[in-house]
Design a protein around this ligand. Structure first.
Ligand SMILES: [Zn+2]
Length: 218
């Protein structure tokens, strides 16, 4: 089920880990899960992501929950406020050790509280080239581990075999909604100079949305 092909079955009683970025916004539009979950885990752009998440959830008419997860002490790289030193194992500048495992586990705990069956994670194909916790194999293993435990919650990364560009085409999102998304890795005002910002500008440009500043729609 977590093979990333387009026919991945996503049940309605799903919870989607939601950052207000392009990937999770496209997934929200495509699958319209029962609950979006924004997690403040101590990431540097938490305020930006929270604002984007609220705006996008509102525009899409989906329910958003917000929780805090205290893993700041384990962070490293671009996403940590003080640019925490990277362990020598770091595969990319924005890597945060075990981040997706922490986030998916928190999502499963919230899914249990809401009697939901499935946690959706918005990893796309290029993520797996940057860190192992974005690969199909990682999600197969995590799904097996979480599903084994009480509640039998499933973990699915429906876009793990697709690119952001493909996702956006499928989602048919309009410019206004895309304009509210945010993807910066290191600032609460998009820095324009990190992998997250580069990707957003590049992807939006390929959709004919150029020079679109965050929050210019109101
Ligand atoms: Zn940035």
């Amino acid at each position: 089920m977590s093979d990333g092909h387009e026919h991945t079955v996503v049940p309605e009683d799903s919870l989607l880990l939601f950052s207000g970025g392009l990937d999770s916004t496209a997934l929200a539009a495509i699958y319209r899960p029962a609950l979006l979950l924004f997690i403040d885990y101590g990431q540097r752009p938490a305020d930006l992501e929270r604002r984007a998440s609220r705006q996008v959830a509102s525009v899409l008419g989906l329910t958003l929950a917000e929780v805090e997860l205290g893993i700041r002490a384990f962070g490293s790289g671009l996403l940590r406020e003080d640019g925490g030193a990277q362990p020598s194992a770091a595969p990319s500048p924005e890597w945060w050790p075990y981040r997706n495992q922490f986030l998916a586990t928190a999502g499963a705990a919230v899914a249990l509280q809401h009697e939901l069956t499935t946690v959706l994670v918005g990893s796309v194909a290029p993520d797996g080239e940057r860190h192992l916790d974005g690969t199909p194999e990682f999600y197969e293993r995590l799904d097996a581990l979480v599903r084994y435990q009480e509640g039998a919650i499933k973990v699915v990364a429906p876009a793990v075999g697709r690119s952001t560009e493909t996702l956006l085409q499928e989602s048919a999102l309009d410019e206004e909604t895309l304009g509210w998304t945010a993807s910066c890795h290191r600032s609460n005002l998009p820095c324009g100079q990190c992998p997250g910002c580069w990707k957003r500008v590049q992807v939006l440009a390929s959709h004919g949305v150029e020079g679109y500043e965050w929050g210019t729609t109101s």
